[in-house]
Design a protein around this ligand. Structure first.
Ligand code: HEC
Ligand code: HEC
Length: 148
């Protein structure tokens, strides 16, 4: 009986070792004793063209470079163009009215603290290859499929 259990454990280990070969890890397939090739940094799309929004409340993706744009307690580089006061000079779209609302729906004079850290919601679209296929369906597609 003991031998049988020992054999079963060995077989299991061998099987899991085999399975691990195919597991995607952050290390890739680099052996433990070597440093793997770092993946290329994906290029942000910076063509200045508005991207399609998949649903009405989607935070639009950023169509320009934001590398090195500082956003902290003292400085908000994004607001230097997107704030209401700056939009005309910068010819940037003004942050919309929701960015001035607190959680109780009151309108504030300036950007709401909960909308201060822009990159919490807005990101640049990169040219990275998707890791998994996206099966999201736009509402228009759903309506079309249901024949309405
Ligand atoms: C130098 C001015 C400038 C700065 C700084 C800037 N933007 Fe922009 N942004 C623009 C302009 C102009 C556009 C309009 C499209 C274009 O020309 O790229 C734009 C477009 C956008 C859009 C797309 C809006 C839409 O309706 O699709 C988003 C989102 C955005 N910016 C977010 C940001 C965030 C977040 C930051 C800070 C990390 C930032 N921007 C910093 C000028 C700026
Ligand atoms: C909590 C998430 C969140 C944060 C933080 C946030 N946004 Fe947005 N933003 C949104 C959403 C959602 C929309 C689309 C719906 C709307 O306009 O409210 C949007 C829309 C926009 C638009 C398009 C406005 C329009 O009228 O088309 C711009 C430009 C923008 N945001 C810039 C910014 C900037 C700059 C900051 C930082 C100061 C910021 N956002 C912070 C969620 C966020």
């Amino acid at each position: 009986m003991r031998q049988l259990i020992a054999f079963a454990i060995i077989a299991l280990c061998a099987l899991s070792a085999l399975a691990e070969e195919n597991i995607a890890t952050l290390r890739g397939h680099a052996p433990l004793t070597q440093e793997g090739e770092p993946p290329q940094i994906a290029k942000p799309m910076k063509d200045d063209v508005k991207k399609h929004r998949n649903y009405p409340m989607q935070p639009p993706v950023i169509p320009h470079n934001i590398q090195g744009y500082q956003v902290d307690l003292k400085v908000n580089k994004c607001l230097s163009c997107h704030a209401r006061k700056r939009a005309e000079d910068a010819q940037a779209p003004m942050i919309s009215v929701t960015h001035y609302m607190d959680r109780d729906g009151n309108f504030l004079a300036d950007v709401s603290p909960r909308r201060y850290f822009c990159n919490q919601c807005h990101v640049s679209q990169t040219d990275a290859r998707p890791l998994v296929e996206n099966q999201f369906k736009d509402i228009d597609q759903i309506l079309q499929d249901s024949g309405k």
